[in-house]
Design a protein around this ligand. Structure first.
Ligand SMILES: Cc1ncc(COP(=O)(O)O)c(C=O)c1O
Length: 474
């Protein structure tokens, strides 16, 4: 029998209902429920440019989610598109295993040029989790397997593969899968606790057992950050104990927070390995990376017998890497850090005004550059109501806040055609993380819409949202 396959043109002509049906049958039923909850998934996207998403039904949606860190360049940045078109037109080669890649050489050079100190040697896989695991593997190898402990924060996000997932402290990661052995948890931001963990795992001969310390200098899943003095103390501790200090800036990199990387706001501060991803691909390529201080890399891996100890099929893939070369040039030439600071100069005071206008609805706002969280709070009565409206979630103490936050997100989308999201981690802030292509007028439009939404009152938003969900046919 000839298989009945869907072709590309036919795929582009599928209706939303047909796509949902295919998802239900071949991807995941729950994913359809989740994505339609916010309202977003009910229509299909025609195209996207800059900060705007154009729907098939003719509506235009302001994307304040910034692709969860991927879209610093905005949707379909013309220079990034041109780089990819050029690569295709010139019939460049993708798989560079036997031949050297000029793209890989240039990207590694450019990253070294932009990062401080001797952060000079890079490896480019395709996801944040892979890059983190590569960094951890390198740290383990640096100590030749003689150290067994890795430290990670209680509040953290490093990815969802088995290894990175075992270092991720996030509510969404609630099932206990097997993971990296000897991962010791410390409270985020607490240097004394890190010191205590180093002491507690010290071996009988007094030597240190910790090979790596995982740190998110700014945690985009919780909107918390380490103080400058704490980061410097961590650096000193790692230097004294020869622990490989890994900064995970997968979300916060490439200008998002108002510096090229968040840690770079602190003069002279240097991790041993920096991990990044997301906007490295300019919003088009799935590419991540880690960059290592030169002497660490040379000791860990740089001998012929170890040269293929770490690799992946798509590492340094042609078009992904060429795209990243262009994306990084755009970051620098269009001064993304300055763009993020301009976004922050509007969103920071703007969100604070919204909080002040709705003190019963908004606990606090926190953030930096183009990365902000709005912490909604309906108070005990509303949380209680949320539990009654949708029973069956008593096991989740955060359910009420999540439902309230979802109702605001859904209203912003339905009534104002604005896309936001919320963090599944700790206090579940509503995330406001636009692309760096958002214009001041877009940001003011968003602030007015948030103000108008909250003016309706959280109670009304919540009950309306639940009623609509229950009556909806989706
Ligand atoms: C800080 C951080 N680290 C790691 C990751 C994992 O990246 P990926 O989903 O590409 O594996 C993420 C993803 O959001 C992240 O925000």
């Amino acid at each position: 029998m000839v298989p009945r396959l869907i072709g590309l043109e036919e795929c582009e002509a599928l209706t939303a209902r047909e796509v949902h049906d295919l998802y239900r049958r071949y991807v995941s039923r729950s994913q359809v429920s989740l994505m339609t909850t916010f309202g977003f998934g009910r229509e299909l996207v025609d195209r996207a440019e800059g900060a705007w998403v154009h729907m098939r039904d003719g509506n235009r949606v302001l994307d304040m989610s910034g692709g969860v860190g991927v879209l610093n360049h905005g949707h379909n940045h013309p220079r990034v598109l041109a780089a990819r078109a050029r690569f295709a037109e010139q019939r460049r080669m993708e798989v560079h295993k036997a031949f050297f890649s000029p793209y890989l050489a240039a990207l590694s050079h450019n990253v070294a040029e932009l990062l401080p100190g001797d952060l000079n040697i890079s490896y480019f896989p395709n996801s944040g989790a892979e890059a983190n695991e590569g960094a951890i593997k390198l740290a383990y190898k640096y100590h030749e397997g003689r150290r067994q402990t890795i430290l990670r924060a209680d509040i953290s996000f490093h990815g969802k593969t088995l290894g990175a997932g075992s270092l991720t402290g996030s509510a969404e990661n609630h099932f206990r899968f097997p993971g990296l052995p000897n991962a010791v948890v410390y409270p985020y931001g607490d240097v004394a606790a890190v010191r205590a963990a180093v002491e507690a795992t010290r071996r009988p001969d007094g030597s240190c057992d910790v090979y790596a310390l995982m740190v998110e200098p700014f945690s985009a899943s919780s909107m918390r950050c380490w103080s400058e003095s704490a980061l410097r103390e961590l650096r000193q501790l790692c230097t004294d104990e020869e622990i490989v200090l890994i900064f995970d800036e997968v979300y916060t990199g490439w200008g998002k927070t108002g510096e090229l990387f968040y840690f770079m706001r602190h003069e002279g501060l240097l991790p041993d390995v920096l991990v990044y991803s997301k906007s490295l691909g300019g919003g088009k390529a799935s590419i991540s990376g880690y960059t290592v201080r030169e002497k660490l890399f040379r000791k860990a891996y740089d001998r012929l017998s170890d040269v293929i100890l770490h690799s992946t099929t798509y590492y340094g893939f042609g078009e992904e890497t060429a795209t990243a070369v262009e994306a990084v040039n755009v970051v620098v030439e269009e001064d993304f850090p300055a763009r993020a600071r301009r976004v922050g100069a509007i969103l920071g005071p703007g969100l604070e005004r919204v909080r002040a206008a709705h003190p019963d609805a908004v606990d606090r706002v926190a953030g930096v550059g183009a990365l902000w969280g709005v912490f909604l709070n309906g108070g005990p009565k509303l949380l209680d109501l949320a539990g009654k409206l949708v029973p069956g979630f008593a096991h989740d103490p955060r359910f009420g806040t999540k439902l309230i936050t979802l109702s605001v997100i859904a209203h912003l989308y339905r009534e104002h055609k604005i896309m936001t999201y919320y963090s599944p981690n700790v206090e579940n802030p509503l995330m406001v993380a636009p692309t760096l292509m958002a214009e001041p007028a877009d940001l003011e439009h968003f602030l007015r819409a948030l103000d108008a939404t909250l003016a309706l009152g959280l109670r009304r938003l919540l009950t309306g949202f639940v009623r609509e969900k229950v009556s909806s046919a989706w």
